[in-house]
Design a protein around this ligand. Structure first.
Ligand SMILES: [Mg+2]
Length: 393
């Protein structure tokens, strides 16, 4: 048995390492063109860059390999680790480089030099970080003491999304934020590490925002440093007890309209037509789930057959939502079950229809609904059943 404190510490350190790597690669890329790494906006830098090296894929693949390698090293008993990336990318000369983190720093540096042939400084920075043991940030250390109890790692598997919202990571569009929600730009990028139990339900999640602290425009303009914001939670499958970091705090605001995060272009007519809903489309699945975690949005909905969300996108945030008394359910399974349900919706067992993380890498084509407060999901499905003429108002 491993205690939750050790487990969460490992997940947080690993995500912090990935966040640092994503910042180093981005910085190296931007400064190669002489641009200010923070102030540059409104310019599709990735596409205009002179080098053909696929920096985006390098960052993605490298972060995933580092998380994978470190977690296997820290927790060798873990059942399975899966993620979005497959471990290879194309270098400058169009050859495929297999990203492998070697036990020797020099070997890792040689592998990275193939990927970044003209950038020895970055290669050296990256290989140092990859082979260092990071400490838990001070802001996190004290809170980790709240982690009690233990878990059996042989029952635990992991989903990784090394860089969620890669489009925002790549294009460096202007940061657009309002009411605490980041809609576009680097703060939408997240590193997602979610752990689930043998029953398929999430147990622990860490969501890092490597380019945090910039969600308000003024700060972004003042060229301040990026700050890694870390959101984490765990919940023991045995006792149901757990803890969510103070960053996950829920600002409960009473809104007349339910604020619903969806992906742009996939709004169901049901949602659009209902005047009681306000639809918003911030970038990134991890970013949208965080908005629900923090109470800045009430629900995150992905419609059926939209194919935009995968298990690696939701597992980490799902663990955090569960600790808050919410969750992420399958949209279709929930609706199907409700079709023949006669009782009061407030007593409906939504948690029976949660996403099962034992499934594969295919998109969650049955759609999802993420919520932190049960009354919001009750209201959504009540309205939907009336709209579908399955219930009377
Ligand atoms: Mg993703």
């Amino acid at each position: 048995m491993t205690n939750f404190l050790t487990f969460l510490e490992g997940l947080i350190i690993t995500s912090e390492k990935a966040a640092q790597i994503s910042r180093i690669i981005r910085l190296a890329y931007l400064t190669a063109d002489g641009a200010n790494p923070i102030a540059t906006e409104n310019k599709d830098l990735w596409e205009s860059h002179s080098s053909s090296t696929d920096f985006k894929t390098l960052a993605d693949v490298l972060c995933q390999s580092v998380i994978d390698t470190d977690l296997q090293h820290l927790f060798p008993e873990i059942r399975r680790i899966r993620g979005e990336e497959n471990g290879t990318f194309q270098s400058d000369d169009s050859s495929n480089v297999r990203v492998q983190i070697n036990s020797e720093k020099e070997a890792t540096a040689r592998m990275l030099a193939k990927a970044l042939p003209d950038n020895s400084e970055t290669v050296s920075k990256l290989s140092s970080i990859i082979h260092s043991r990071l400490d838990v940030p001070d802001s996190v250390r004290a809170e980790l003491e709240h982690c009690k109890g233990s878990l059996n790692l042989a029952d635990i598997s992991i989903w990784i999304d090394p860089i969620d919202s890669t489009k925002e990571y790549v294009t460096c569009k202007e940061t657009v934020a309002d009411g605490g929600i980041c809609y576009k730009g680097l703060p939408c990028v997240t590193v997602l590490i979610g752990a689930y139990n043998k029953d398929g339900l999430p147990v622990a999640g860490v969501v890092s925002r490597p380019f945090g602290g910039m969600a308000d425009k003024q700060k972004a303009d003042s060229k301040s440093r990026w700050e890694n914001e870390i959101y984490w939670a765990y919940r023991s499958p045995e006792t149901g007890l757990g803890y969510a970091s103070s960053t996950c705090k829920h600002t409960s605001t009473s809104r007349e309209k339910l604020k619903i995060a969806t992906s742009a272009g996939e709004h169901m007519s049901f949602l659009v037509e209902n005047p009681n809903y306000q639809l918003i489309s911030p970038k990134g699945a991890g970013n949208k789930i965080l908005a629900v975690v923090n109470g800045l949005a009430d629900l995150y909905i992905v419609t059926i057959e939209s194919n935009v969300v995968h298990r690696w996108d939701t597992c980490a945030g799902h663990a955090i939502l569960k600790m808050a008394g919410g969750g992420i359910v399958s949209y279709k399974d929930t609706l199907d079950a409700l079709t023949s349900y006669q009782g009061d919706l407030a007593s409906f067992p939504f948690s029976k229809y949660e996403i099962d993380y034992r499934g594969g890498e295919e998109p969650l084509k049955d759609g999802i609904v993420a919520y932190s407060q049960p009354e919001h999901i009750v209201r959504l499905f009540s309205d939907l059943l009336v709209y579908l003429k399955l219930r009377t108002p």
